[in-house]
Design a protein around this ligand. Sequence first.
Ligand SMILES: [Zn+2]
Ligand SMILES: [Zn+2]
Length: 168
Amino acid sequence: MRESDILELIQEATDSEVRTVLAALCAESDDTARKASKLLGRLMDAAQAYEERKQPAPPPLHICLNCQKPFAEAENTAQACQYHTGVIVVDSDSEVWEDSDDHQIENSEAMREDFPEGFVWTCCWKVMEEPGCAHGAHRMGGAKKAVAPVESGGETSKKSARYVKAVG
Ligand SMILES: [Zn+2]
Ligand SMILES: [Zn+2]
């Protein structure tokens, strides 16, 4: 399945459908549960920060598909995002693994949380927590947008408009 297909499905699904699927995915995999919990935490912290700034209405926040940080669409400039283009792999030469057997080192969310310095990016071979080596605009994911996708008909536009009204 192409990434754009699943993103489109997520756009079309209702909030409760997306919640149901997310809960099922998290129950299936501890790795997914940890990632979801991390991203939810970021999103909720960012929303709270907006509320504390007492803006008239907090904007809908998105999680960037590149850097996984929350952002508001209005703040998304061409260079707003700093991210890595590669994937995270175990750095078997890292000092943190000195006392571990190679086969004990699992490339899991739990291990990445506990030993971030033992993982590197394949794009630049920098340690996992180093700032991204590429720049661009934040990439919006499955959150419903005010503007309906070009290829969809009136039904989706109506749905999106309702959503915007409910949120804004
Ligand atoms: Zn990189
Ligand atoms: Zn980003």
